[in-house]
Design a protein around this ligand. Sequence first.
Ligand SMILES: NC(=O)C1=CN([C@@H]2O[C@H](COP(=O)(O)OP(=O)(O)OC[C@H]3O[C@@H](n4cnc5c(N)ncnc54)[C@H](OP(=O)(O)O)[C@@H]3O)[C@@H](O)[C@H]2O)C=CC1
Ligand SMILES: O=C(O)C1=N[C@H](C(=O)O)C[C@H](O)C1
Length: 246
Amino acid sequence: MRVGVLGARGKVGSEVCRAVEGAEDLALVAAIDQGDPIDALVSEGAQVVVDFTHPDVVMDSLEFCIDHGIHAVVGTTGFDPNRLDVLGGWLGSSPATGVLIAPNFSIGAILMMRFAAVAAPFYESVEIVELHHPDKADAPSGTARRTAELVAAARREAGSPPVPDATSTSLEGARGAVVDGIHIHGLRIRGLVAHQEVVLGGAGETLTIRHDSLDRVSFTPGVLTGVRQIADHPGLTVGLEHFLDL
Ligand SMILES: NC(=O)C1=CN([C@@H]2O[C@H](COP(=O)(O)OP(=O)(O)OC[C@H]3O[C@@H](n4cnc5c(N)ncnc54)[C@H](OP(=O)(O)O)[C@@H]3O)[C@@H](O)[C@H]2O)C=CC1
Ligand SMILES: O=C(O)C1=N[C@H](C(=O)O)C[C@H](O)C1
């Protein structure tokens, strides 16, 4: 499989390049970063592209890849329902092409999201705290947004009432951002990589589900799983869990 990487000199992209180069069944044919021509993906015959760039540029890159029938495995964040709709439209004109949008590629984070969704209907309260390095562009994190969506969906399905909150006066931001009725709080701390807690509470007890990515190598096995499977999953997939036996 011939692989191109966008964001190849970035914190995660550089780890992905190392992982692709270390895999016997994969060849790194284009390592592209800011200022490099994206056409190299075509001239070097990339079959799959991995994107770890920036929310501001990822849509243009994906339009190029889909137009050229190159499958994409995307870690870059910033995907709201509107962007996913646009991608779905582009993929409609290139039905054999696959795009995987994965808010988090680490297996621990995927399990954390699943565990949170399982637990959420059993508790009155649930809130999310995401903690990241201060160079991160987006808040809340893509993982936190996705966790909130999954938790909210699980509660809706179970007929759970809205989470309780008597706050009637507050400074703006004091209760965090709200996604699908779930509060998300973001910390940006030098020294951290990527961390999240889902805090649930009911009568006389709390449950905290925490995941820590201590090193960006935590993302690369999931990225390689995506690269190896994306050609068999045409269309749009959101979440690596759909490629795992979960
Ligand atoms: N899904 C997941 O599991 C994970 C997702 N992420 C997400 O991935 C993204 C990147 O994170 P991270 O590696 O920490 O960020 P970095 O800033 O370290 O890396 C991004 C790289 O992309 C480059 N870049 C910017 N624009 C382009 C472009 N048009 N074409 C090619 N390269 C470009 C940047 O160059 P320059 O610095 O010069 O702008 C930089 O080298 C973020 O959205 C982050 O949230 C991160 C970790 C895990
Ligand atoms: O920017 C990061 O670092 C990360 N971004 C992703 C996110 O926004 O969820 C994944 C992980 O949290 C690291």
